[in-house]
Ligand binder design. Structure first.
Ligand code: 5RP
Length: 219
């Protein structure tokens, strides 16, 4: 079975976790794109969605699903998003698509965070995937030097600007043994907008698409 098929399996399984939610949070990425496509049959039951990126906003609108301002929507019952890596504690690396800041905001205001991945994303130790860090452009060099002090090799994602007008440093070579601690340390660097470790607010449910079906891990 292909990776795309596994992503699609996890995405379809997420529909079961929406229960009777009228407004949902929707993340970003190719796995989430399968989820948005699967929302087709739910359109009448949803008042709208809060989106974590302009890319997902466009897809949701194309499906006929109203996109709501988070400030007006308030707390959300459920948020569905993908990840670049996940461990068994449901801690994540996110931001491969560059939407990490808005994703972290939507996760923070959601009662339940349902994360959808294919089985290649499940790892013992986070950090094999280069860690995305969103940075204010004028602080790029300063933040990069500080990340080197933490043992990483930051790489400026060329030609990419986030939806918030910032840049991304992808940090290679980290073996993240204590995700909440490193999340806090990187958050403390002046000029960092957001780090792609989701450990202080991990997923509540991880749906892992596999050849045999979908494995459910919950916190
Ligand atoms: C975007 C993200 C995505 O959830 C992550 O990159 C996974 O993407 P995909 O589903 O395409 O593998 O964090 O910022």
């Amino acid at each position: 079975m292909s990776t795309e098929d596994k992503k699609q399996r996890a995405a379809r399984e997420a529909l079961k976790w929406l229960n009777d939610a009228r407004v949902i949070g929707v993340g970003t990425g190719s796995t989430v794109n399968h989820f948005i496509a699967a929302l087709k049959d739910m359109r009448g039951r949803l008042d709208g969605a809060v989106s974590s990126s302009t890319a997902s906003t466009q897809r949701l609108k194309a499906m006929g699903i109203p996109v709501l301002d988070l400030n007006a929507a308030g707390e959300l019952p459920v948020y569905v998003d993908g990840a670049d890596e996940a461990n068994r504690h449901l801690q994540l690396i996110k931001g491969g698509g560059g939407a990490l800041t808005r994703e972290k905001i939507v996760a923070a205001v959601s009662k339940r965070f349902v994360c959808i991945v294919d089985d290649s994303k499940l790892v013992q130790v986070l950090g094999g995937f280069p860690l995305p860090v969103e940075v204010i452009p004028m602080a790029r060099s300063h933040v990069a030097r500080e990340l080197v002090k933490l043992g990483g090799r930051p790489d400026w994602r060329q030609g990419f600007v986030t939806d918030n007008g910032n840049i991304i440093l992808d940090v290679h070579g980290l073996s993240i043994m204590d995700p909440p601690r490193l999340e806090s340390e990187i958050n403390q660097i002046t000029g960092v907008v957001c780090v792609g470790i989701f450990a202080h607010r991990p997923a509540d449910v991880l749906l892992v698409g596999e050849s045999n079906g979908v494995r459910t891990l919950s916190g």
